[in-house]
Ligand binder design. Sequence first.
Ligand SMILES: [Zn+2]
Length: 241
Amino acid sequence: MKSSQEEQLRLLELQGIDIEIARLDYRARTLPVLEKLEQAERGRDAHKDLAIAGEAEHSDVEAELMRAESDVEQVVGRIEKDQKLIDSGTVSAKDLENLLGELKSLGRRKEELEEVELEVMVRLEEINGRIAEHSSERDRFQLEANLLSAERDKAVAEIDGARNSLLADRKEIEGGISKELLDLYLKVKDVNGGIGAAKLENGQCLGCHLQINAVEVTRIKALPHDEVVRCDECRRILVRV
Ligand SMILES: [Zn+2]
């Protein structure tokens, strides 16, 4: 391929800009704030899930408490009924004996049920505490995530600004390079880790940093200036300067 020496030098300039852009892209991908933000979001989600699980548990235990309360009420109702009968003085001696026996066992049953009720209330208290704790942790992480998001947006905007200015320079330089040479550069760059063109300096390809043997260097140097040379080792476009 033929291409003027001027175009080949422009290609080196383009390469320099592409390296800068790749650096900016890398910086944008690896901003330390991104990891911190991810951690904050993970923390927020974990506590959010735990708070939701707590709410579900709370509903179940609340239903349990209502059942326990209704059990106690039922027994209390029967005690009151029996007591009324006794107080009315209309029952026979035998019935009175039966009623008193029943009242005794109902009293024991009431105590048992009240204990169950109390235990459920304690559990409900504990669940409420847990929900409050996870909700506050969730909010704390959310607040942290908001601050980190703003920090990330600021850093990304700065990088984008630098990137846009480089892209404008790139476009201008690109305009001075033939499509054929540009296509070759882009193709080589894609398969060579972002470096498509490199200087030949002191007999060394600055793309792969391998020393080219003296005979080959002499041959390359003797080629016409507009001859596009490729490195034998890495196949990058080798620009003589
Ligand atoms: Zn090379």
